[in-house]
Design a protein. Sequence first.
Length: 127
Amino acid sequence: MIVLVGLALLACSPEVPWSPPAAAVEIPVPAGWSARWARLERCAGVRAPFPPLRLFRAPDGSLILDGRQQMDGIWTWRHDIYLVGSILDRDERYADWYVDRAIDHELLHDLLGTERHVAAFARCGVD
């Protein structure tokens, strides 16, 4: 069974104070993410060098915003991306397009350097 929930609720960046879960573990950024970055540069109309990203694997259900909103991914301004294990593992509950969209959504936050969901998110198909 594939569970699809609105991306706007599952992949975001904190606009409110947020602390990463203690159980989050830093993992290597996949080599293919630089190609994702280049594609996002083209659709967003913004050029920037691929940053020194830090990727963290968080336990499912541990990315909580505002004390109640459960997320699948969170970006922070220091080039940190937190993703839950089910996204990183491409869990069968999620369609591949959803996983790709969640990852690209967080990368686009980093490329644009903002937690806001500006027009580029729609242009790039990751809103």
